[in-house]
Design a protein around this ligand. Sequence first.
Ligand SMILES: [Zn+2]
Length: 148
Amino acid sequence: MEQQLIKLLDKDLECTDFKIKDTQVIMAVRSQKREGICPYCGRPSTRIHSRYEREIQDIPFQDKQTILLLKVRKFFCDDPECGFKTFTERFDFVRPSGKKTDRLIEKIVMTSTRLSSVSAACLLKADSVKVSKSTINNLLKKNAGDCG
Ligand SMILES: [Zn+2]
């Protein structure tokens, strides 16, 4: 089931571990793609420099806060014309150093647009989304105008 769930977020992801805790669902996920595409020159690479893990909050599942432990690869770019020697693999569902998925940010912005950040944080907490008032304010500033 978790494989189908994670593919709704990105069809190239696979789930390697799935845990349901009291208040959280934790999914370990990684890309199934063999290669990464250099964001600077567009050239694919399969030569891996290193791996690390990002912790990203996603929209709640069954009223539990949902955490993705995303395995990220750093690749070498072998194009001598490219100004960069390494690059980190990118994903469509989260910004390069984001701590929340784009769809969660959308949910937070939608919930918060017409509320004070205090009320919004409370409402989101009741909905199993962990977000601070200051994050809400920053997201609203960045996404101003998106919700009409
Ligand atoms: Zn490159």
